[in-house]
Design a protein around this ligand. Sequence first.
Ligand code: HEM
Length: 255
Amino acid sequence: MRKLCTLELLSTRRINQFGGMRKVELELLVSSLKRAAEMREIVDLSARVSGLIGDMNCLMGINCKMKNLSKTFDRFLEKIIDDHVKNKQEKTQTKDFVDTMMEIMESGKGEFQFDRRHVKAVLLDLLIAGMDTSASTIEWTLSELIRHPQVMKKLQKELETVVGMDQMLEESHLHRLEYLDFVVKETLRLHPVGPLLIPHESMEDCVIDGFHIPKGSRTIVNVWAIGRDPKKELPCIATRAPDGSTGGFTTGALL
Ligand code: HEM
């Protein structure tokens, strides 16, 4: 199932296919925020961001019609699958997650017995894994930026330089937005969406930090604490801004 997700559902090619849709959704959000700002209206950013992520997932075929539907998740997921089966013939646009999984199911080329139950299980996993994680990360990033106006200014400067004032940010700009990358990673360090990750199980005996971990042990990783450990070098997490400054939102050294 993990292989299916990595190769078929969440591959770079597949994610890129939905780039246009993400852009349209983001533009809608930005223009509605602009309008609200002009009218000096108060905006509930949490609700807007959750709405954005929900709509994006919806368009990727994960939770379409969720709002109008269904007393139970099972009926809701059954309906999504039925709709996809019914609309298969007319479909001209990009294949979504459900189409891809149904295709693999029907081809019989999956590496194990694969039926509707598996499709529903993966959909539910993606729905749960993708909604709150993305929304809360965006919300924390915005909250930290609002709490640290100097960081906000510096980020705006980078956006002005790389993207310019007269166009929307495109995903193709991302590799040049180093400070934005740093700000997001710094947010994830301070506010990890899974502070203890998902429970893992050791597949073999191993030693971590001098502790013997027998095969089959359940391991809980305290990512929250790792992100705050001053003694640790964290190779995966940017602890240094592109201009060489260290620290983060907590110390103000991000500036
Ligand atoms: C900012 C957004 C996100 C963050 C911070 C995030 C974070 C995480 C973390 C910490 C884990 C656990 C890793 C582990 O314990 O080894 C995880 C697992 C997972 N996430 Fe995400 N996630 C995000 C978005 C998404 C989205 C959008 C999807 C799908 C649409 C998704 C699907 C998954 C899946 C399927 C797993 C389980 C992977 C596996 O172990 O096989 N995530 N994510």
